[in-house]
Design a protein around this ligand. Sequence first.
Ligand code: BGC
Length: 809
Amino acid sequence: MRYGHFDDDQREYVIDRPDTPLPWINYLGTDAYFGIISNTAGGYSFYRDAKLRRLTRYRYNNAPLDVGGRYVYVRDDETGDYWSPSWQPTPERELTGYECRHGLSYTKIASSRGGIRAETLYFAPLGETLEVWRVRVTNDRDTAAALSLFSSVEFCLWDAQDDATNFQRNYSIGQVEVADGVIYHKTEYRERRDHFAYFACSEELAGFDTSRDAFLGAYRGYDRPAAVENGVAGDSIAHGWQPIGSHHVRLALAPGETREVNFVLGYAENPKDAKFDPPGSQTLNKTGVRPVIERWLRPETVEQGFAGLRAYWDDLLEKIQVRTPDGDTDRMVNVWNAYQCLVTFNMSRSASLYESGIGRGMGFRDSNQDLLGFVHMVPERARQRILDIAATQKETGGAYHQYQPLTKRGNNDIGEGFNDDPLWLVLGVGAYLKETGDTAILDQPVPFDNAPGSEVPLVEHLRRSLRYTLDRLGPHGLPLIGRADWNDCLNLNCFSDTPGEPFQTTENAHGGVAESVFIGGLFVLAAKEMAGIAALHGGDGEKYRVAAEKMAGTVAEHGWDGAWFRRAYDFHGNVIGSGENDEGQIFIEPQGICVLGGVGLDDGLAVKALDSVAERLATPHGIVLQQPAYSGYRIELGEISSYPPGYKENAGIFCHTNPWIMIAEAMTGNGDRAFDYYRRLNPSAREAISEVHRCEPYVYAQMIAGKDAPTHGEAKNSWLSGTAAWNFVAITQWILGIRPEFTGLRVDPVLPEGWTGFEATRRFRGTTYQIRVVGAGRVTHLEIDGARVEGNVIPLAEPGAVVRVTAFA
Ligand code: BGC
């Protein structure tokens, strides 16, 4: 069952009924000012850091799930009837023609009631720290209409964690100011935190409210605000409690008339050198923001700003466009998967319907993997991201697991000890170099742990990443896992010093001897990448190739179980992910990553491992993480076994891992299987089963419930997942085979049966390549602007050139 459809020309997903199985969200903002917005206008906004600079309040896990957002109310002043055109928060009021269009960094929600149509466009213009709500109200009646329009946001007292917990303080600190019709939220301004929010309206106001109690009325919710019901705002000024922003505007519309009313919600700071006169005064920088507000309330500016945003996305997406025999592939590659990748660049794992914006900083491994999916769109920003991440690395080569986006400092709450973390930096840098050829980055001085004076060239950080693994090998010569590897929940050093007393501390987790076959495979992959990087840097990659071979040998010796790769050895030396185990016999991760590292490609082990995946792990909804699921909690395995069977790491379809198998299948030449797995996860291909999948059909989710779960096929945790980047890599670089390499662009498709080619446009290092693949097999030669070239690598062309390439397969 569908709840909407794709409008491919507009690059929009159109939701045509508001009661989607879950809130289907979208993101506003492209740089510093961001927001999430659902199909019923729920969500919140923040400046840079969803934890510390939250502009508007959102109550997670609410009932209904998604109430609280950017609401507009329309009131018929003749009858007193009122409603919200976004359905929430007035779902009892029946609407006609509801439509939500989620586009690239904007959302439009429209509906009608009683012959009055209202459409709100929400977006955050490029280069500004604000969002615009463009409301268009049309009188479709044949009589005049006297209407009221109310806006509403509930301000968050900036620190979202405190805001949701520290009420003994919060109820006394809220402060607002209203001047010239602009509502300023200035809580905490006294402490010279120097930031404030403003909320403005393009029309003359009939009134306003800034106190939630005054606006809603005691014991009332957003479904029936007293001010709206009575058609009169209270001009209230909040003192503590819950500051809100609401404007009241009266509109008299002739039959057929449309009026545009704009609202601007923004974030501002005083200039750093602002003088306080008298000292301690709370003079807001109103004169500074006033021109910005005035500009963005003007319809022409809004029009231009919106056009600018559309052009920005068109330009980014042009980097890769494909035309294949499969519409779901085209739609995801050309628009939605790329879009999701850039959202993960902006958000990491911070703010979504599932990530509260307060819980997690930027992940070291996560951000490096996200980079694989967006580096081609925003290479300069990817460069900065790499330098930021590397600057959190420690001298040992170890990494903080996360860092805070605002301070860019390593996050001590979680510390280090996820022993795979450092290796992902090598892969991130490798991807950047392949895309850009910018070898100068390798010489860029980068500190350790942000300590001034500790700078070394970036390439030294990479060396230390590899060293970190080699310095920590276990009894079988495999890498020590530490607290966990990619699989955060596989905590194999969960031993207890006192028998019968389970506990895990950071210290003993570090000291534990549990080993990871996965990190072994990842090391092989990263060391080979490093060999290529070293060669680019004028050095000799040989020692990394030797280290890779050695580790590959250890993986084959101690990590092979007969028909698949083992997963790990626990603290006691017991094997995990083996036929010897009663549960958790086979795990997906090492089958993918070892093959990506090239282990088993020459001797048939890879094909065997992939056959085992097909036989034991694949389901119609994707490939589960392991089998059989753990039926009970096991202290020696940790969190993984805390999940009920079929969910998350305990045999859920952890979507991030599936593309590794797609790539591995492509590497062994099995295009059919690779593409079949690709389609099982492709959200657009799952659109028709939205009532089962339940999450948005335009983006990947982190997890789909596995076959052991009662809700098999149900997705959760959409948007912020490495699934986005890896699926993008799998389809574009391995199945369609258009793959940046250190020396040029390779065209090496491994296509499913029945395809006889496809077309693609790829902008690479300043050149536009128009690629046509002809045939169903492996590429034997190319024709580049009419000249025959053997093999499948397109030699680098002049930047600015448009090059026609035909690949004969
Ligand atoms: C984390 C990843 C981790 C994955 C598997 C995600 O929630 O962000 O870093 O690799 O879970 O445990």
